[in-house]
Ligand binder design. Structure first.
Ligand SMILES: Nc1ncnc2c1ncn2[C@@H]1O[C@H](COP(=O)(O)OP(=O)(O)OP(=O)(O)O)[C@@H](O)[C@H]1O
Length: 452
């Protein structure tokens, strides 16, 4: 079904194309100054933002033009009632909330974030496969899908890829995509208006539960406890209707503080999949992908790609950024080819300052997994592989030395381990600091990345 927003845009477009109004009048007083917010009982409710707009639209001929164009596009005779937009907000808060929800749901997906443009590697293949396969399944086997990983590793890209794929290949399915912050706004708005005009919360719940795909980015921000209540119901209804839910988060669901346990345990019931930083070859493939189509105009030596891939692949955003910086500077300096000297000169490292006062166990954990190239799952899991055990000890040691955290708290952060395990892990780490050079170097290196 066409939304009111789309319908009104079609009306405006048709009227603009007819050149009934002079272009400057149309742009200044009509476009972006009006909005259709409800149709009920053969009446269309349109809000206006300025008095001049109102006067213009209320003139008999103009009113008729809008009514006939709207009626034709809607397929039914309609008359229009105009409202000041502030009045309209108060008049129909529930409709405003509904409208906002619709607008967010339709918020544009980045057309560049497609499956075709996503480079697969060991670091992301499970997440990629899960996202692609959920687009074609009718009965969803893994529900919800939760993708977690550090910033800039492609989580949002995959979520948009699902949306873009469905838009093209299965236009009949209803897709909701939002940042969790937008979702919280919708839910809080609904709650604010619930006792004024009908039960807006119920309407929004119903509206949200009606989607076939529900894509929520950065779910760790869904912290407002009152909105979690509403989300919980919507979540259950969506699952009961076999709608696919896909969420991203910057940490494993078990680490999501501020979210209710019942939500976390539901998040964990489908497929939890991690994206880690790209391996060297994947980083290079990403760089090549970004250069695709421009190979003729951007001459870049292969060892420059090696350099970028080895230096900036902790965050694909940085990787892309470093490449863009080189390309941009090449347009200024016009070298014959971007070689290693040029790249190193342009990309001289600028220090990133982390405020030590804000150092948390999560940051230490992130630094440890980045350093060792493991996932959070590995670190928290049961594996007794030597490297993973070392990584755990580094984490425990730094959490004690830098943050003076209790063994219990460290244990909770490390996959709910018992405090006696953490105590012995710390003792072992202390001994190793004295007699195991490799271990003490690892500790220093991780510590150094925290100071950057
Ligand atoms: N495997 C990949 N192939 C191609 N591009 C990628 C890949 N991974 C990440 N990118 C690109 O890196 C940039 C950052 O990715 P994205 O925004 O999806 O990260 P994110 O994990 O959602 O980060 P955040 O948690 O900060 O929101 C985007 O431009 C995205 O296209």
């Amino acid at each position: 079904m066409t939304s009111y927003n789309e319908l009104w845009n079609q009306v405006l477009h048709a009227i603009q194309e007819s050149h009934y109004f002079k272009d400057d009048i149309f742009h200044t007083w009509i476009e972006n100054k009006t909005s259709l917010f409800n149709i009920d009982n053969q009446t269309a409710y349109v809000s206006f933002k300025t008095m001049i707009t109102h006067q213009l639209l209320s003139q008999e001929n103009n009113k008729q033009l809008f009514e006939s164009t709207l009626s034709e596009l809607y397929g039914e005779d309609l008359s229009i009632q105009y409202f000041d937009y502030k009045e309209a907000n108060q008049l129909m808060p529930s409709i405003q909330v509904q409208k906002k929800t619709e607008e967010i749901a339709q918020s544009s997906l980045n057309p560049d974030y497609t499956f075709e443009n996503f480079v697969q590697g060991y670091c992301n293949q499970e997440a990629y496969a899960a996202c692609l396969s959920c687009c074609t399944q009718i009965k969803h086997t893994f529900n919800p899908i939760m993708i977690y990983g550090n910033s800039g590793l492609g989580k949002t890209h995959l979520l948009h890829a699902i949306g873009n794929y469905l838009k093209k290949e299965r236009p009949e399915v209803k897709v909701f995509y939002a940042y969790s912050g937008q979702l919280v706004t919708i839910l809080l708005d609904a709650m604010k208006t619930k006792n004024v005009y009908g039960n807006t919360v119920e309407q929004v719940k119903e509206q949200l539960s009606n989607y076939d795909y529900f894509l929520i980015d950065d779910v760790q921000n869904l912290k407002q406890s009152s909105s979690q209540e509403v989300f919980f119901t919507v979540y259950n209804q969506l699952i009961a209707r076999n709608a696919q839910i896909v969420m991203t988060s910057d940490m494993h669901p078990n680490e999501l503080s501020g979210l209710q346990n019942r939500l976390i345990s539901r998040f964990s019931s489908g497929l939890i999949t991690n994206i880690s930083k790209p391996e060297f070859d994947t980083s290079k493939a990403i760089l090549r992908k970004k250069l695709e189509g421009n190979e003729e105009s951007i001459l870049i030596q292969d060892n420059v790609l090696d350099y970028l891939a080895s230096k900036f692949s902790d965050d694909v955003r940085n990787l892309e950024g470093s490449l863009n910086k080189l390309i941009f500077n090449a347009t200024i300096e016009n070298p014959e080819v971007i070689d290693l000297d040029f790249a190193q000169r342009i990309l001289m490292k600028e220090p990133v300052i982390i405020n030590q006062d804000e150092l948390t166990m999560k940051q230490i954990k992130k630094a440890v997994v980045n350093f060792y190239g493991f996932t959070y799952k590995d670190l928290e899991g049961k594996s007794r592989q030597k490297n993973i055990m070392n990584a755990r000890q580094v984490f425990v040691y730094l959490s004690r030395e830098l943050l003076h955290k209790a063994y219990v708290a460290i244990g909770q952060e490390l996959g709910n381990r018992d405090h006696t395990t953490i105590l012995s892990s710390y003792e072992r780490a202390r001994q190793k600091m004295e007699n195991d050079k490799a271990f003490s170097m690892a500790v220093d290196k991780v510590k150094a990345t925290l100071k950057q």
